[in-house]
Ligand binder design. Sequence first.
Ligand SMILES: [Zn+2]
Length: 273
Amino acid sequence: VRLAWRTPAEVSGLPDPDDVPEPAAVAPSGPAGRAPDAAVWPEGWLLLGLDAEGAPLLARRTGAPASRVGGWTGLRSVFAALDDTELVLAATAVALHTWHARHPRCPRCGAPTRPAQAGWSRVCTAEGSEHYPRTDPAVIMAVVDEADRLLLGHAAAWPQGRFSTLAGFVEPGESLEQAVRREVEEEAGVEVVAVEYVASQPWPFPASLMLGFRARARSAPAVADGEEVTEALWVTREELAARVASGAIGLPGRGSIARRLIEGWFGGRLGQD
Ligand SMILES: [Zn+2]
C-alpha cells in the first residue's frame, strides 16, 4: 500500500471542506522547488515537508471524495501496510487537519483564527495570540502476573470477543508510570509494579500518542470496572493461541502498538494475517 500523491492542479477541482468557516481564496504557489510563503497560509493546506528534490509535499483537506482521484480509505485500515516514511506523513496530515477543523476560533477570546507557519499553527485574528496543535499522551500496557500470564480487557464499546491490553489517557499532573498504575487499578483492580517503557506510536484519532509499557502485577485477581472495561482476564500463551485460533478472541489490528505488546509477550505472531 502506498500513498497516491497528486499535483495541486489535479486536486484543484475537489470541493472545499464544509467545516472551514472562511475558506481562503489563495492557493499555495511559489517558485518551483520552494515552499510557499509560510507567514500567511491558505486554509485547508499543510506543508508536510520537502521531497528529495526539494519540492514541497502538501496535504489539503477536502470535502466529499471525488471519484477522479481514485478510491479513499481510512488511515486506520492501512496503518500496518504503509512504510515508515509514508505512515509519518499520513499520520501528520490527519492529525493536523483534525486539529484545524476543531479549532476555527481562539480559545482566549472566541475570535476566528487563521492558519500560519505552513499550517502548523493558528493565529487569532483579533489579538494575534498563537495556538499550536496538541498531542494527548495515552498509556497502553502489557501487564503480566507471577505465572507470566497476560492481562487482557474487553471494552464496553467493542464488538463481542475483542480483547486487548488496557490503556488510558494520562491525566494532568501525572507521570507516565503513575498513569499506568492508575489505569490498571481502575479498569481491572490489579496493582502493578515495575513499570517499564517499550515503544510509542502516533495515534491521530484524533490526537493521541500511545506510549507502550510492560508492567508486573503484584495482586492477581482481575475485576473489570464494569464501565469502561466489562471483562478482564488472565491468559497463558497456550490459552490465548487457542482462543485466537478458534475465533473466541479477536485481537487489535496488526500495526497497532497493542498488537505489538501482545505478540512481544507471546514471543511470536498470533493468528492469521
Ligand atoms: Zn483571541
